[in-house]
Design a protein around this ligand. Structure first.
Ligand SMILES: [Zn+2]
Length: 439
């Protein structure tokens, strides 16, 4: 299938900018990009952008699709005084109440939320301890219906005992062997966090991942519980403990990285793994501010995710800057080049996991695109796309008009093309009611 987008502003975060230009998509890749009128393209479906802004789509480097049915959840008890109590009073109750049906409906509406915010690649971290077997398959079905790409894993943990731990390991292995194709769906070995994982479990996970070539996806030093536990039980800082088991490999995702020592930052800079920053979740959970600028100055690879706190990656990017300003007291922390490097890291991760280049409007890159309904009051040019993304978005002026994933139109004129959204939301509300009644 050939799609030809014409008469639009064409821009990416690598310096491509045409005031008026075109993009030709063939199959899952971009075939041509250029300024001015579009060339002849026999057999192509032509889409007139009427001056709208076309950019690459977005990547969420850390999501929890299972949290989608938590919106408005009534909790009998919720009075946490520290991070561990947020898990105990909310998330570990919700995830235990999920059955496979709940996992599916949660993932489907979570995927739709990503689509509506211009995200076509979701890197997810899943937990449903009462329904582990087949849970990644249920998420895959839901995401495939909506038309996104996803990297999936199950959060292995000791918190529910050895049987659940082994089922989690098995589900990661099963999904990697049977369901991940490395194109639309890829796999990680998921781990919850150091403080719920024994040495024996880390060794088992590392041994299982090695022959499959799987990298790891784990929370790291999100609350103070993590370094305290690692120091008391094992005499190591959290990142040092993961490194001891050889987990800091290329493709490994270390989520949060808040309570880290300078020596750990040096260690992370020397390893190919990425830290994934989730500033709005961190502020909500009152766990502190990751030292993102200091990390980047040392050479740590930093990406960006939402941690299930919505799906809005542009808002998250702005939050990264606001949190950095607030935490350091310096209004120049995380300047444009650093924010752009974070966004580009997300695209590099997508390339590693899905086997084709992302994020640039150039021939051969993934045909994952967003057309934004955006009519700005100030000029857009090659050097100021980031400013328009951050401040056009916060002003409510930057909304996806059309989204292309894997060369296919998934959303047009703000309406989802792949599924009938109303019954999906009706079914999700019924599933949420069932879920909430168990908590
Ligand atoms: Zn998380």
């Amino acid at each position: 299938m050939i799609l030809l987008f014409e008469r639009g502003k064409i821009a990416d975060f690598f310096g491509t900018f045409f005031e008026v230009g075109y993009v030709v998509v063939e199959g899952e890749r971009i075939a041509a990009v250029g300024p001015g009128p579009a060339p002849d393209a026999p057999g192509a479906t032509r889409i007139d952008l009427e001056g709208r802004l076309l950019t690459p789509s977005l990547v969420n480097a850390h999501a929890h699709l299972y949290s989608s049915l938590a919106r408005g959840i009534p909790l009998k008890v919720f009075s946490p005084t520290r991070f561990g109590e947020i898990l105990e009073q909310l998330w570990w109750k919700l995830d235990r109440a999920l059955d496979l049906d709940g996992v599916y409906h949660s993932a489907r509406v979570g995927a739709l939320d990503h689509l509506h915010t211009g995200v076509t690649v979701v890197i997810d971290h899943h937990a449903s301890p009462s329904a582990i077997e087949g849970s990644l398959g249920a998420i895959k079905r839901a995401v495939a219906e909506v038309g996104l790409r996803a990297d999936l894993c199950y959060e292995v943990t000791d918190r529910g005992g050895l049987r659940e731990r082994d089922l989690g390991l098995k589900e990661n292995i099963r999904f990697a062997q049977e369901e991940a194709d490395g194109k639309r769906f890829s796999a990680h070995m998921g781990l919850h966090a150091s403080f719920t994982l024994s040495d024996e479990t880390l060794a088992k996970a590392a041994a299982a991942a090695e022959p499959l070539g799987l990298a790891f996806h784990t929370h790291l030093a999100e609350g103070k519980e993590d370094p305290t536990d690692a120091l008391q039980k094992y005499g190591l800082r959290t990142a040092e403990r993961l490194d001891k088991f050889g987990l800091l490999t290329p493709g490994t995702l270390l989520i949060h990285g808040i309570h880290l020592s300078q020596a750990e930052l040096d260690l992370l800079a020397a390893r190919p793994a990425s830290v994934v920053h989730n500033p709005r979740s961190n502020m909500n959970n009152a766990v502190g501010a990751a030292q993102i600028s200091a990390m980047m100055a040392k050479g740590v690879k930093v990406a960006l995710g939402t941690d299930g706190f919505g799906t809005d990656m542009i808002g998250e990017l702005l939050a990264a800057r606001l949190l950095a300003h607030h935490a350091t007291g310096l209004p120049t922390t995380l300047p444009d080049p650093e924010l752009l490097a974070i966004f580009r890291r997300n695209y590099e991760l997508a390339e590693r996991f899905f086997g084709l280049p992302f994020g640039k409007l150039a021939s051969g890159f993934a045909a994952d695109l967003v057309v934004w309904d955006y009519n700005p009051p100030t000029p857009v040019h090659a050097g100021n796309l980031l400013g328009h993304f951050l401040f056009g978005h916060i002003s409510g002026g930057l909304r996806p008009y059309l989204v292309v994933g894997q060369g296919r139109v998934l959303l047009r004129n703000g309406q989802v093309e792949t599924v009938d959204e109303k019954p999906v939301l009706d079914q999700a509300r019924a599933a949420a009611q069932r879920l909430w009644s168990k908590i």
